[in-house]
Design a protein around this ligand. Structure first.
Ligand SMILES: C[S@@+](CC[C@H](N)C(=O)[O-])C[C@H]1O[C@@H](n2cnc3c(N)ncnc32)[C@H](O)[C@@H]1O
Length: 464
């Protein structure tokens, strides 16, 4: 793409901001966009995950992203997003500069973390991996359709300690004041860093749009502040270059909230680094003297919820656990059982430890923790999300398909497979040892339970 396609007001603003460097910056638009994937360490740190990651590196030649230990560049025409390892959640396709944000936030296992503008899930899945699946991650997205995609990505990567909500920042801040140790605010922005990747973004850019974005960012930041614990950290990031939505927004925030301190500010420029560009600021809230207690436990009453009563959920959970005692011998089933219709979830224990389930009342919660089962009349059907969160040795039966085999391609297309006749019942189907879905074996056939929306009609095994 050349400079003429960019709005004149945009190039003028860039020239003013970058001075002599502007030519190099604008020249970067003529280069190809960068492609990246980030290994999901929740999977890639296991024995089979490590072997699969090595195999992936052979299929799609990978070079490391300097600011993210689990991040790699790949080059087109490789299409790792269409490989079975993608379905298995071994990695997440993510623009390399965007990998800087969660690294700077540096969430730790056991913390309570909020990702306030989370869809489609790049930062959430990164945060979940850095937390090693321990603690509580609330991943929120305001737009319902995008929240659904977020929930699917959380499931695909086998994340069990995340609750996906679909709420405005204001709705959340009323429920969760001073709750979170760390907050990621990857703010909706004017997307100047998207122009090379998605030229349609150019048409949406205008000086007025930048102003609107900055005003919205300021609103969301104030809600983020309400939810941040004293002593907690906030990462603010955008994929845009102008100062109004970045440094100026941060300095307005610091001026208005004197207990916030700027710890680091990082910019990745596409003419200086290999990536589309990103801005991240890390801020810390001063700790209070009494050690910053969470206020939520006290502030809001335990109201009735629209989900099924706890006793019904407990009965359902017992029914599930008695099924699991034979079918999932290695599954401990930790969490608080919640029942929505026929869907049984396990809310992370950490939610109940620092908060309470009444806080979910009236909130849209596309995923109240780990979805473990559908309860059908008198039988249990294990949920796809559960398959993705299991280790193969936790299931009574598993059936492995090699990543390079025609069978895995058939499976990803939704076809049934012939299996030995002694295999019978719910079976965890894996690719090179990594779960991809459930299958149900009977009379020498493995019936395919990969959800229809995840089927790949034209799978790739060779990186092309
Ligand atoms: C930059 S994107 C988030 C990308 C995501 N963090 C990731 O890494 O995959 C910003 C998100 O903010 C959401 N959004 C738009 N308006 C919003 C608002 N007023 N409050 C909160 N989120 C908003 C958008 O729907 C979008 O999903």
């Amino acid at each position: 793409m050349n400079e003429e396609r960019l709005p004149a007001a945009y190039t003028a603003a860039i020239r003013e901001m970058l001075g002599q460097e502007a030519d190099a910056f604008l020249e970067s638009y003529t280069a190809r966009r960068t492609q990246g994937l980030r290994f999901n360490t929740l999977k890639s740190n296991s024995l089979s995950g490590r072997a699969a990651a090595e195999h992936a590196a052979d299929l799609f030649p990978l070079t490391p992203v300097p600011w993210c230990p689990s991040g790699y560049y790949y080059e087109e025409p490789a299409r790792p997003g269409r490989h079975a390892y993608h379905t298995a959640g071994l990695y997440y396709i993510q623009e390399p500069s965007a990998m800087s944000a969660a690294e700077l936030l540096a969430p730790r296992p056991g913390e309570t973390v909020l990702d306030l503008a989370a869809a489609p899930g790049g930062k959430t899945t990164h945060i979940a991996a850095l937390m090693q699946g321990q603690g509580l991650l609330v991943s929120n997205e305001i737009h319902p359709e995008r929240a659904k995609i977020l929930a699917e990505n959380v499931e695909r990567l086998g994340i069990s300690h995340a609750v996906v909500t679909c709420a405005s920042p204001g709705e959340l801040s009323r429920r969760f004041p001073q709750v979170f140790d760390r907050i990621m605010l990857d703010a909706p922005c004017s997307g100047e860093g998207m122009f090379r990747k998605d030229p349609a973004a150019i048409g949406e850019w205008s000086v007025e749009h930048v102003e609107i974005c900055a005003a919205r960012q300021w609103d969301i930041l104030q809600d983020a502040y309400i939810m941040l614990k004293p002593g907690g950290s906030l990462a603010y990031s955008t994929c845009t270059f102008n100062r109004k939505e970045n440094e100026e927004t941060i300095s307005r925030f610091l001026d208005n909230y004197p207990d916030m301190e700027l710890i680091a500010e990082k910019r990745l420029w596409p003419h200086l680094e290999k990536g589309e560009g990103h801005f991240v600021a890390l801020l810390r809230r001063a700790a209070t003297e009494d050690g910053a207690p969470s206020r939520s436990k006290r502030s809001s009453g335990r109201g009735k919820t629209s989900r099924k009563p706890a006793s019904t959920a407990r009965d359902a959970y017992q029914q599930f656990m008695s099924w699991a005692s034979g079918e999932l011998p290695g599954f401990t089933g930790q969490g608080v059982p919640l029942l929505f219709g026929e869907s049984l979830y396990l809310l992370p224990e950490a939610f109940n430890a620092s908060l309470h389930t009444g806080l979910l009342e009236g909130l849209k919660v596309p995923r109240a923790g780990l979805h473990i089962a559908h309860l059908k009349k008198n039988r249990i059907e294990p949920a796809h999300a559960l398959a993705m969160a299991l280790q193969p040795e936790q299931a009574a039966r598993s059936y492995d398909l090699a990543a390079d085999s025609p069978d895995i391609q058939a499976w990803l297309r939704g076809e049934s497979l012939p299996v030995p006749p002694d295999l019978h019942g719910w079976t965890l189907v894996t690719v090179d040892g990594l779960p991809v879905s459930w299958g149900k074996a009977s009379s020498g056939q493995l019936k395919n339970h990969l959800p229809k929306g995840l089927r790949i009609l034209k799978a790739h095994t060779d990186g092309q």
